[in-house]
Ligand binder design. Structure first.
Ligand code: M6R
Length: 608
């Protein structure tokens, strides 16, 4: 969603701010702006609606050598996307950029009677509130920020500068991430590490309730209650190559194609094929604690939810003694669900910042239930708040549509399930096939991607004329169908929905006509024949079926078939999902839409 950058040092702040904002573009935004301040206390504020190139065009007439500044990409919450609503917001000498939502902004606005507001945003109210405490520099900027934040209800990551002190930035967070990059004679601020990668390898991840006063050679952190915090400087693991397209036209295709490597990273050091076991250190549960688990609750949104659902089908197969329930975070946070004591919750999130998922985590922790994170972004809020966790280590996922994270989330959760099963003494002969297939997955993914890519591209061109699609599957192929439909709808804007094959006759079969095409996932296995009968029912009604299968002698008279040739059986649906990813990608390219930044969406959904 919104992105923050900040710079204080010896270089031109405008250059860093623009390059940082470009790196945050993937998060989704509708306007952008920066402010820089020169040594004579003159501020240059430039904002623009739309893409960063619009901001750059305006900046061409406002080039400055200023050594301090802050910038922002905005994803509208309060007020339409427009220049006036774009950040930074100014009040007196104060300039502020803000991620999050100030819930009590209307009350605060009333109390700030003397101020005239130029935007419809909650953020401008916070700028005015800070200004009211700052009193044109009568009090230190940090004190003014702290006083203001004490009155605020809601979530925020903020960076504030004053034209009157052109050597410091004050940043603070509560529920919205902020990172301070520690450089040589310069200090950087970003809401996401990708903005500072390549400038420094060292960063401090602020915690909720902390405020930092940042100068080019110093960082002083305190809590809102003025207690000093001794900050831990951590190493940023990401490198520049990981956030560049590396020769691909789009990040999405790059991320689809790099799944052999990203899954290898997920598995590194965790799979012992000779012994037929997996070993996960991160969750930090003892054998006795693992043995006690009777219920698993898996919490996530969107793709993370689908990954959890798919993993739950697998975990149930080999751990008969536990129940697994996968829930949508935005629903679960308001349910009055009883969680038994012998439960563990898996909190699944690529970004580690999703507001609903984070709210569930906090709620579940309050109930005394152990929480385990299945997270990608290192140092993210969820990763830091869970009791234990397993990073999926897929590297930065830039495209809004989640692909490589899904594959690794599924496998990481299955590995957690295997860890429980091992502790509970499930026979090795039951678990070994899972472990061996997991170890083979990266190589098999590589094979499948190589074999089907061009074929799926051709099929996608044919199907690009459709505006409606139905994805169908049974058992483990059902969550696969759900994820496939989400991928297609979010980037190609095709109205795609998924159904369990068995549900067809209960309603969706009525949809089948020439406006729709159907994607049928047909993995070999006990339910294959039943699924085939369902496909026959669709065909009998004139359906335009694209079948995805690993059955060699597949001979149904469907319009198109993508055959997956692989030694993998159990996890064949995970491989079939690669076809969905490629289909969504190529259909979107054929339709001419923005692949990596679909309209209305943001990469990391940090507001409810
Ligand atoms: O960062 P998270 O995994 O918590 O994000 C959850 C969803 O917002 C995310 O998976 C979303 O559905 C993607 N756009 C799907 O491709």
């Amino acid at each position: 969603m919104c992105g923050i950058v900040g710079y204080v040092g010896e270089k031109k702040a405008q250059d860093f701010l623009i390059s940082g904002l470009k790196r945050l573009e993937y998060r989704g935004y509708d306007s952008a702006g920066i402010v820089t301040i020169d040594e004579d206390k003159n501020a240059t504020l430039v904002r623009a609606k739309g893409k960063i190139k619009n901001l750059e065009e305006k900046l061409a007439k406002e080039k400055r050598d200023d050594k301090i500044g802050i910038g922002h990409t905005r994803w509208a919450t309060h007020g339409e996307p427009s220049e006036r609503n774009a950040h930074p917001h100014q009040s007196g000498s104060i300039y502020l950029v803000h991620n999050g939502i100030i819930e009590n902004y209307k009350e605060l606005k009333q109390e700030l009677g003397k101020y005239e507001f130029k935007s419809e945003t909650d953020s401008e109210v916070l700028a005015a509130l800070i200004d009211s405490f700052y009193q044109d520099g009568k009090y230190p900027l940090t004190n003014a920020v702290v006083q203001a934040l004490k009155l605020v209800k809601g979530t925020y990551g903020i960076a504030v500068v004053s034209a009157l002190n052109p050597d410091e930035i004050v940043v603070a967070r509560s529920g919205s991430p902020l990172i301070v990059g520690v450089g040589h004679n310069e200090t950087l601020v970003a809401s996401d590490a990708s903005a500072i990668v390549g400038h420094t390898k060292h960063a401090i991840y602020l915690n909720d309730g902390e405020v930092a006063t940042i100068k080019k050679n110093s960082i002083e952190i305190k809590t809102l209650n003025a207690e000093p915090v001794s900050a831990k400087v951590e190493e940023i693991e990401t490198n520049l190559a990981a956030i560049q397209k590396g020769g691909y036209e789009h990040f999405l295709l790059k991320e689809i194609m790099e799944q052999p490597e990203s899954l290898t990273e997920t598995l590194r050091g965790r799979v012992r094929t000779e012994e037929g076991i997996v070993h996960l250190g991160g969750p930090g549960l003892t054998e006795a604690e693992l043995r006690k688990i009777k219920h698993l609750i898996i919490v996530g949104c969107g793709t993370a939810y689908h990954a959890g659902l798919l993993a739950s089908y697998y975990i149930e197969q080999f751990t008969p003694e536990i129940t697994v329930e996968t829930v949508i975070a935005s629903e679960y946070r308001y349910r009055q669900a009883y969680i038994p004591e012998d439960a563990v919750a898996l909190i699944v999130s690529q970004s580690g910042e999703t507001a609903d998922t984070l709210a569930c985590l906090r709620e579940i922790k309050k109930q005394g239930i152990k929480t385990i994170g299945i997270v990608n972004v290192i140092g993210s809020t969820i990763a830091r708040e869970v009791d234990g966790g397993t990073y999926v280590h897929v590297g930065p996922e830039i495209s809004v549509a989640s692909t490589k994270a899904f594959t690794s989330q599924v496998i990481a959760m299955v590995m957690f399930g295997l860890t429980i099963a091992q502790a509970k003494g499930v026979k090795k002969s039951v678990l070994r096939p899972y472990v061996l297939e997991i170890a083979e997955m990266p190589e098999e993914i590589k094979k499948v991607l190589g074999n089907v890519k061009d074929e799926v591209e051709k099929i996608a061109k044919k199907y690009a004329k459709y505006e409606h699609a139905i994805y169908l599957g049974r058992d483990t192929a059902y969550p696969t169908a759900m994820e496939g439909a989400l991928k297609l709808k979010e980037i190609s804007y095709v109205d795609a929905n998924a159904y369990a094959f068995g549900e067809l006759k209960h309603g969706p079969l009525a949809l089948v006509d020439d406006r729709f095409f159907e994607v049928a996932f047909l993995p070999e296995g006990a339910l294959y024949e039943k699924a085939v009968s369902n496909v026959q029912e669709v065909l009998a009604r004139g359906g335009h079926v694209l079948a995805v299968t690993n059955v060699e002698e597949f001979d149904l008279p469907v319009e198109n078939v993508v055959k997956i040739t692989t030694s993998i059986e159990i996890f064949a649906p995970v491989l079939m999902n690669l076809v969905s990813q490629l289909l969504a990608y190529y259909m979107t390219v054929a339709k001419g839409y923005n692949v990596d930044q679909p309209r209305n969406l943001a990469k990391s959904v940090t507001v409810e």
